[in-house]
Write a protein that binds this ligand. Structure first.
Ligand SMILES: [Zn+2]
Length: 59
């Protein structure tokens, strides 16, 4: 899992910041925008980033 620079889709109300986020990966290139656009972090990315922050085996 890798954190990546924030990006978002013109069509979504949240931004992504993880290379493993399936929702983020589905964004079409022409809809993808760099930065957060002041949108909240996507739930899936938040979960992935939280997992990354916690040592394996602990939850
Ligand atoms: Zn995401």
């Amino acid at each position: 899992m890798l954190k990546v620079p924030a990006y978002n889709s013109k069509k979504e109300a949240f931004h992504h910041a993880n290379s493993q986020c399936g929702l983020g990966l589905r964004i079409a290139p022409h809809n993808r925008v760099s930065g957060t656009s002041n949108k909240p972090l996507c739930k899936n990315c938040k979960k992935l980033n939280d997992q990354e922050a916690v040592p394996r085996g602990l939850s």
